[in-house]
Design a protein around this ligand. Structure first.
Ligand SMILES: [Zn+2]
Length: 297
């Protein structure tokens, strides 16, 4: 069992590594703006309160009260991977909105790090989801960050500001100094607030999924729960949405967390894959939830 977990984690890391390699400029291909949706085009609904939030108008940027895990031994940042409760057929789709701090020029020249069509489809399918957003992404797409962060269907979690590595080596990502870890996380939350996102949650996903005890210690003042995953979708640079869907369908178990991407240039078939995955998992009796609905269960 330990071995299979190790293999799965290695596979997960490899997939993310591939994504990151591509983000570093490997492919050089600009995605065609097919099926163009205007960024931020869906009307932002009135800031309805998320399930656990008190009614009334929440303060912009105030995190919704959601469950968190208690700190680990010696105050280390706790890590969540999959719900412990396995009798409920629930599954959380999570989407990393990746953008590194040096990718501004690529965005300026037309590369799309967003995926508005994916967000629209999640809304249309009524699939709640957790978006692990980088602060840099929120700065590039503030209207979308605001719309996502005011839609009770979604919650925005932290994927760092810069998408630098919190543990080195990590697929060639520039390493963040341990002392800078909390500041980088704070900077991302500040970017969400500045964009006007309300439904932010104190969850954090390490860039590349790379962490060790030192990283968990460096992050402990940020008081976040680190969120990994147990199902790798393989959507990074995938060309065949059916293959992505198959991989997810084969991996999902009750309480699973699936990692996917909300970054068109690095994950171009994710939206199509989701449209295949959702009805099939529902047919199998699964209910889609956010990470906050799984944590502590
Ligand atoms: Zn990432």
């Amino acid at each position: 069992m330990t071995l299979s977990v190790a293999v799965r984690k290695a596979a997960a890391a490899a997939v993310l590594g591939a994504a990151l390699a591509g983000c570093g400029g490997g492919t050089g291909s600009s995605p065609k703006p097919a099926n163009e949706a205007r960024p931020g085009s869906p009307p932002a609904p009135a800031p309805a309160s998320p399930s656990a939030a008190p009614s009334g108008s929440p303060q912009a940027g105030a995190p919704a009260p959601v469950p968190v895990l208690p700190p680990g031994p010696n105050g280390l940042t706790p890590v969540f991977e999959r719900a412990k409760q396995h009798s409920d057929k629930t599954v959380a789709l999570t989407f990393d909105a990746d953008m590194t701090s040096d990718q501004g020029p690529r965005a300026a020249s037309g590369e799309r790090f967003d995926n508005p069509q994916l967000i629209s489809s999640l809304r249309a399918l009524k699939v709640p989801a957790t978006i692990f957003m980088t602060g840099r992404w929120a700065e590039e797409y503030p209207d979308q960050a605001k719309a996502i962060g005011n839609d009770p269907n979604f919650e925005i979690a932290n994927h760092s500001y810069s998408h630098h590595a919190f543990k080195s080596p990590c697929y060639g990502l520039p390493a963040l100094d341990g002392a800078a870890a909390k500041a980088d996380v704070d900077r991302a939350f500040a970017a969400f607030r500045k964009a006007g996102a309300v439904n932010t949650v104190p969850y954090f996903r390490f860039p590349g999924g790379c962490y060790d005890d030192q990283a968990l210690r460096a992050l402990s003042p940020a008081k976040v729960t680190a969120v990994q995953w147990d199902v790798v979708s393989g959507d990074a640079f995938a060309k065949d949405p059916d293959a992505v869907a198959e991989q997810v369908l084969a991996g999902v178990k009750p309480g699973s967390v699936v990692v996917m991407h909300c970054t068109r240039s690095a994950a171009p078939v994710t939206e199509q894959a989701v449209r295949n995955i959702v009805p099939e998992l529902r047919k199998r009796g699964y209910r889609f939830v956010k990470v906050s609905d799984l944590i502590g269960k």
